[in-house]
Design a protein around this ligand. Structure first.
Ligand code: FMN
Ligand code: SF4
Length: 373
């Protein structure tokens, strides 16, 4: 039998009882494709079916809000009410129908929420807006909303749910010494700052029972007074102890993404791999590395050197859904690559407009555009 070109990339892995057919996962990528109001749209079904057809083992669907007050934009998916279950069910089926595992990411956008009065652990000004500090009662209520949302994800037929603990949204907002200035049991030293995400995880697990829960993990805020690895790894170990299925590592928040040195760093291949590696050294639970892993040879090297257990492709898969097929054949050179100087998808999506990639050919673009409502 012919030896596989990238044996580590195509080695199966068991993750919390689920069989991953290879090490390729789609990292969550919000593209503004949901209907205005947060329902699953025909474009979204088309898009995720295409992503699932790529041959990746797992598709993690972009963030969906656990409460209307925690939504990031009008076109952010929602899972805060049972009325969204039907649409989500169709989405899970579109992915599972391609023999691909499906996860849905759930989120409360905290200080970045698209509402007049955003909430956060503390009233720390962000881009000219000061969020309101949550009361203890509200904290408990939000934790319950996380759990209920995750139960909906299970009911909709997804294989697992992912808690969004990145990007400076609510879970990571509690972790950060910059944005959490609380004087109660949820603030102060790191043991207190991890309390909120851990309590969310516990409530979720209590309600969903035997259903895997992954965690998108902010390893470093890339801000001098922010969260760094010495503290974030405390959460990583606690997440492992409390039964997460995997830890999917990322760096930066909206406050750091636009800093010139971070823009430069984020243009480089594998720019978040060192963070994943640092986390992997502290835990045994599978770790996902993402961030411009543009070639299968780079992905293979990351796995071979044990810097991560799984590869997360966001824009890298969207720009070329044939990435996994080409990887299997060793056709690295024919992969369509994301242009590091472009930020069109980020710009459009953050403006609440649907994103289409300038690197696509005409036919691919038409397929997407036709379905946008
Ligand atoms: C337009 C855009 C939307 C994103 N949406 C999400 C999201 O909903 N949830 C999340 O955890 N990360 C999100 N990310 C981060 C990606 O999952 C990923 O970590 C990052 O883009 C690096 O991977 P890549 O170079 O393969 O795109 C987003 C990134 C971009 C550019
Ligand atoms: S080329 Fe531009 S639009 Fe396409 S994935 Fe890369 S950043 Fe996004």
């Amino acid at each position: 039998m012919k030896k596989p070109v990238y044996p580590n990339l195509f080695k199966p892995l068991k993750v919390d009882g689920l069989n991953f057919k290879n090490r390729i996962t789609m990292a969550p990528l919000y593209l503004g494709y949901a209907e205005s109001g947060g329902k699953v749209s025909p474009l979204m079904l088309y898009h995720y079916k295409l992503m699932a057809q790529s041959g990746a083992a797992l598709i993690v669907v972009e963030n969906s809000s656990i409460t209307p007050e925690g939504s990031g934009s009008p076109r952010t998916l929602r899972c805060d009410n049972d009325r969204y279950i039907n649409g989500l069910e169709r989405l899970a089926m579109a992915i599972n129908g391609e023999k691909t595992l499906a996860a849905l990411q759930v989120n409360h956008a905290g200080r970045f929420a698209y509402v007049d009065e955003p909430v956060a652990p503390s009233a720390v000004k962000t881009f000219g807006r000061t969020p309101r500090a949550l009361t203890k009662k509200e904290i408990t209520n939000i934790q319950k909303q996380y759990a209920k949302a995750c139960l909906r994800v299970k009911k909709a037929g997804f294989d697992l749910v992912e808690l969004h603990g990145g990007t400076g949204y609510l879970l990571s907002g509690f972790l950060s010494p910059r944005t959490n200035r609380r004087k109660d049991g949820y603030g102060g030293d790191i043991e207190n700052r991890i309390r909120f995400p851990l309590e969310v995880l516990k409530r979720v697990k209590d309600l969903v029972g035997d259903f895997p829960v992954g965690y998108r993990f902010l390893a470093d805020e890339w801000l001098p007074d922010g969260l760094h690895l010495d503290e974030s790894t405390v959460l990583a170990k606690a997440l492992e102890e409390n039964g997460v299925a995997y830890i999917s590592v990322m760096g930066g928040t909206y406050e750091s993404f636009l800093l010139p040195e971070i823009v430069r760093k984020s243009g480089k291949p594998g720019y978040m791999v060192s963070l994943a590696h640092a986390v992997k050294k502290e835990v045994r639970v599978p770790v996902i590395a993402a961030g411009r892993i543009s070639t299968p040879s780079r992905a293979e090297k990351i796995l071979k050197e044990k810097k991560a257990d799984l590869i997360g492709l966001a824009r890298m898969l969207w720009v070329d859904p044939e990435w996994p097929v080409k990887a299997k054949k060793g056709q690295d050179r024919s992969i369509v690559k994301c242009n590091p100087k472009c930020d069109a998808c980020t710009k459009l999506a953050t403006q609440g407009r649907p994103a289409f990639c300038p690197r696509w050919n005409k036919e691919h673009r038409e397929g997407y555009r036709e379905l946008f409502m």
